[in-house]
Design a protein around this ligand. Sequence first.
Ligand code: NAD
Ligand code: 89Y
Length: 337
Amino acid sequence: MLKGALIGCGFFSRNHLHAWRQLEGVDIVALCDTDAQRLSAMAAEFDIRRTYASAEQLFAREQLDFVDIATTVRSHRALVEMAAKARVPCICQKPFAPTLEDARAMVAACSSAGVPLMVHENFRWQKPVQAVHRAVREGAIGTPFWGRFSFRSAFDVYQAQPYLAEGQRFILEDLGIHILDVARFLLGDAKVIGSSTQRVNQRIKGEDVATILLSHQAGATSVVDCSYASAREQELFPQTLIEVDGSEGSIRVDAGYRLTVHRLGGGTRIDSCEPPLHAWAERPWFNIQDSVLKIQAHWLECLRHKYEPQTSGRDNLRTLELVESAYSAAGAPRVVR
Ligand code: NAD
Ligand code: 89Y
């Protein structure tokens, strides 16, 4: 039985705790939050007896196999460095760090302490994304040369996550980061060749629309487009629509988790890639919730077999570099005349 602790008992952590409870061979033995009310509410809901108001106390008093950090970004560096110092393997929620400098320091701290580190970058574990990955890997469409990863919604994310309306940065750092990781997962590492950001909703501080053009090392070009200002007849939150064209066919993930794989001169296969709705999950979040279960299962597998997690801290630096480059490119557009 692997013994873990969770730091940060806020809105999203409930999904982590439900998923840990569903997985075998793992027990969350302690909780930590600086907010006493949230801490005791979560401890009562999940029947976790040992609670801490400070992470220092948690690391000093508990013998842990891992720690799961589900706090917001500003606290990540201090908490990851504490875990490294205590030699406790750790998972850290996205966005991993507010700057690349912090992120590199966190990766270095864990690496020199010999401590496994995974960023909770769960979107690539969503069922539709995994289905596209499988089809590409099996050669169903030949060599991919173009992709589009599109997340467009007007869902009120500010209600459960008010901090999203308050930062100078919003959609790229919060959501675009996931979609850029999906683009990397499906088409390989990339560089940003163009980016534009917009703020449509004037009641928030950061950008709520981002459009990024990527050039992938393996030769493909892709578009990552994200919006929280796009009211549409059918609200699709939190579905990512995917298009990948290859030398021998194409893949589409359309609204309603509809997967189409078409082969040049051959047949078309249409399947549902709708994720399971776990007993603790709810619509429309269930796609994200299932991917939390999947990434946490991956972490347990990695810990047991000493594999590097797919979205290790080291790997996540590539995704963060894309986020930073997208902000820089949007801030300094080069106009072609
Ligand atoms: P939240 O503000 O609701 O909860 C964060 C909690 O952390 C709070 O209760 C706060 O008191 C606690 N906290 C902060 N600093 C702490 C510290 N140093 N020690 C102990 N506790 C501390 O935030 P949330 O909406 O639950 O989001 C948490 C993280 O999850 C964010 O980084 C967010 O981007 C991420 N998130 C990820 C997904 C996903 O799909 N991967 C979805 C939603 C949110
Ligand atoms: O915080 C974000 C995330 O990671 O997934 C969706 C979200 O909750 C709002 O954009």
